[in-house]
Design a protein around this ligand. Structure first.
Ligand SMILES: Nc1ncnc2c1ncn2[C@@H]1O[C@H](COP(=O)(O)OP(=O)(O)O)[C@@H](O)[C@H]1O
Ligand SMILES: O=C(CO)[C@@H](O)[C@H](O)COP(=O)(O)O
Length: 476
C-alpha cells in the first residue's frame, strides 16, 4: 500500500467520546489509504466516565483494522475528547475511570472555583475561559471533595489525548490547545497558572509539559500497537482543535460540529475572553485561538428522542407548534447543569414527526445562539457554515441548520475531520509544514455547498420564548 502512495504515510487518531477512529493518510496527497474504528463504553446515569485503558485498547483495535498501512507510518498524531480528567498513580496506572467532559456533577465545585477566582470576568481575562463543570479543574476539585482517597493516590493528571501520547512515547507531553481546556493553563501567559493550581492542591510537576506548536512529543516506543518503532509522534491536541486543523481553517470561518457534543467555533487571531462563559477562549493547536461554544445534547439526545418515538432519525415532519429543549444530560450552553428536557406547545394535531423535528430544532437552536456570540466570525449572512461531525451526514440535521440559520452550509466530503486534522499535524511535523496549510493542500474542506434558505424566525422565536419562560423548570 505504501508503495502506491505518493508520499510517506501518517496516522491520524481521533479518540473521542464514543469511539476511536484512525486514518492512514498519504502525507503528500491527503489520500486516505486505510481506516479503523473501535467503540468506547461510557458509564450511564449522572456519571460520565470511561476507563482510559479502553481508549488504548480501542486505539490498538482501530489500528489493526488499518492493516499493513499503519505499520508503514512515518508519523502519528493523536487528537482526543477535551477536558477529561485522567488520574494516574505512581506506577502510571489509572486510579479510577476518567471523568469526561460531559459529566456535570462538578457544578457546585465549578461555581465555587469561579467565585474564589474573582468571578467570571476575572477567569475569562486570565485563563481565557470561565471554568464550567466541563473543565478539568472543576472535575479535579470534585474528585478531591468526593473521593479524597483517589485524589491522594494521584501522582499524575492527564487529558485523554496526552494519556495516549505518553503510552506511545513514554513522554509526558500535551499541547496548548488541549491544555487551554483544563482551567489551569492561562491563555494570558501561555503557562500553567500557579495560583489556580495552588487553590486546587495540584503540583505543576503532576502535569505534562506543554509542547510548542510544531514540536514533536517523541517517537513510538511501544510494542503494544501495530505502529513502527521510532515513528515520529506529534504533540496531538483536543478534538475540536484537530478538526480546525483538518479543515485548514482560516480566521473567521464559522464551523458547526454535530457529534456527541455540539460545537460552534472559529479560529481568531485575537485572544478571546468572554466574561459570560458562553464562549470558551481556547487556544488552537498552532499559534492562534479557537473561541468555542459547546452543547452537551446533540446527536445522542436527538437519537434518543427518535428512539422514544420509535422513528428513524430522518423521519421528521415540518410544521407544528411543539418546542423541545432536549437537555437530557443537563446542559452546558446555556449553563444549566441540572436541567432536564422540556416539551412545550403540544396540540391535538402534533405528530411524532413534529416532535422529532422539534428535538433537532432545540439542539440546533442552542448552538446557533452561541455561534452569534463568537468573536471574529464572519458576520456576513452569506458566509457559509462548515458543517462537520457525524450529524453532518444526516439530511434532517443539515436542513435544520439551514432553516434556523438562514445561511448557506458547506458539508465537506471528507468525514472524520478530527482524525484528518491529527494526520495533518503528523504530516506537518514530518514535512516541516504548517499543518493547516497541509490540510488546505489536501483539499479537506471541499464539499457540497447548500445555498441559504429563508430563515424560520417563528420557530426561533418559539424556542427563545420557551427557554426564557421555562427558566424555573430548567434550573436557570
Ligand atoms: N448518517 C447519519 N445521519 C445522522 N446522524 C449520524 C449519521 N451518522 C452518524 N450520526 C450521528 O453521529 C454521532 C457520532 O458523531 P461523531 O462526530 O462521530 O461523534 P464523537 O463525538 O464520538 O466524535 C452519532 O451519535 C450519530 O447520532
Ligand atoms: O467538551 C468539548 C469541547 O469543549 C467537547 O467537544 C469534547 O471535546 C468532546 O467531543 P466529541 O467527543 O463530541 O467529539
Amino acid at each position: 500500500m505504501g508503495a502506491q502512495s505518493a508520499g510517506p504515510l501518517v496516522v491520524g487518531v481521533d479518540s473521542s467520546t464514543q469511539s476511536t477512529k484512525t486514518l492512514v493518510v498519504d502525507a503528500e496527497t491527503g489520500e486516505v489509504l486505510a481506516r479503523g474504528q473501535a467503540p468506547h463504553a461510557v458509564s450511564g446515569g449522572a456519571a460520565k466516565e470511561s476507563d482510559p485503558r479502553q481508549w488504548w485498547r480501542a486505539l490498538g483495535e482501530a489500528l489493526e483494522q488499518c492493516g499493513a498501512a499503519a505499520r508503514q507510518a512515518s508519523a502519528v498524531s493523536v487528537a482526543g475528547q477535551q477536558h477529561g480528567l485522567v488520574t494516574l498513580d505512581a506506577a502510571g496506572e489509572p486510579v479510577r475511570p476518567a471523568l469526561l467532559w460531559n459529566d456535570v456533577r462538578p457544578a457546585r465545585e465549578s461555581a465555587r472555583l469561579i467565585a474564589q477566582g474573582g468571578g467570571p470576568a476575572a477567569w475569562a481575562e486570565r485563563i481565557g475561559s470561565v471554568p464550567g463543570p466541563a473543565f478539568t479543574v472543576a472535575k479535579w476539585a470534585w474528585l478531591r471533595a468526593h473521593e479524597p482517597a483517589a485524589a491522594a493516590a494521584t501522582a499524575a493528571v492527564r487529558l485523554p489525548h496526552d494519556y495516549l501520547v505518553e503510552r506511545l512515547t513514554g513522554q509526558a507531553v500535551t499541547d496548548r490547545g488541549d491544555a487551554s481546556g483544563t482551567g489551569w493553563w492561562a491563555t494570558a501567559t501561555g503557562t500553567y497558572d500557579a495560583e489556580v493550581l495552588d487553590r486546587v492542591g495540584l503540583a505543576a510537576a503532576m502535569l505534562p509539559r506543554v509542547a510548542l506548536p510544531g514540536e514533536a512529543a517523541g517517537t513510538v516506543r511501544t510494542d503494544e500497537l501495530p505502529l513502527p518503532h521510532g515513528a515520529l509522534v506529534a504533540a496531538g491536541t483536543g478534538d475540536n482543535m484537530a478538526a480546525a486543523l483538518g479543515l485548514g481553517l482560516r480566521p473567521g470561518q464559522p464551523v458547526l460540529s454535530l457529534g456527541t457534543s455540539g460545537t460552534a467555533y472559529a479560529v481568531t487571531t485575537r485572544r478571546p475572553a468572554d466574561p459570560t462563559g458562553t464562549v470558551a477562549g481556547f487556544a488552537d493547536a498552532r499559534g492562534d485561538w479557537l473561541p468555542l461554544a459547546c452543547t452537551l445534547n446533540c446527536t445522542l439526545a436527538v437519537d434518543r428522542v427518535a428512539a422514544l418515538l420509535g422513528r428513524d432519525r430522518e423521519a421528521v415532519e415540518p410544521g407544528g407548534s411543539a418546542v423541545l429543549l432536549p437537555f437530557l444530560d443537563g446542559e452546558r450552553t446555556p449553563n444549566l447543569p441540572h436541567a432536564t428536557g422540556l416539551l412545550h406547545g403540544l396540540r391535538h394535531d402534533t405528530t411524532a414527526g413534529h416532535l422529532l423535528q422539534a428535538a433537532y430544532d432545540g439542539a440546533v437552536f442552542t448552538l446557533l445562539r452561541a455561534l452569534d456570540r463568537l468573536p471574529g466570525v464572519d458576520a456576513a449572512p452569506d458566509a457559509p457554515l462548515l458543517l462537520i461531525g457525524g450529524g453532518a451526514r444526516g439530511h434532517a440535521w443539515r436542513e435544520t441548520v439551514r432553516r434556523l440559520s438562514g445561511r448557506p452550509v458547506v458539508v465537506p466530503e471528507a468525514d472524520e475531520l478530527v482524525a484528518l486534522g491529527a494526520a495533518a499535524q503528523a504530516a506537518g511535523l514530518l514535512l516541516g509544514e504548517d499543518p493547516a496549510a497541509v490540510a488546505r493542500r489536501w483539499g479537506t474542506a471541499r464539499g457540497a455547498a447548500h445555498p441559504a434558505r429563508e430563515r424560520d424566525g417563528d420557530a426561533w422565536d418559539r424556542l427563545a420564548a420557551t427557554l426564557t419562560d421555562g427558566a424555573a423548570l430548567l434550573g436557570g
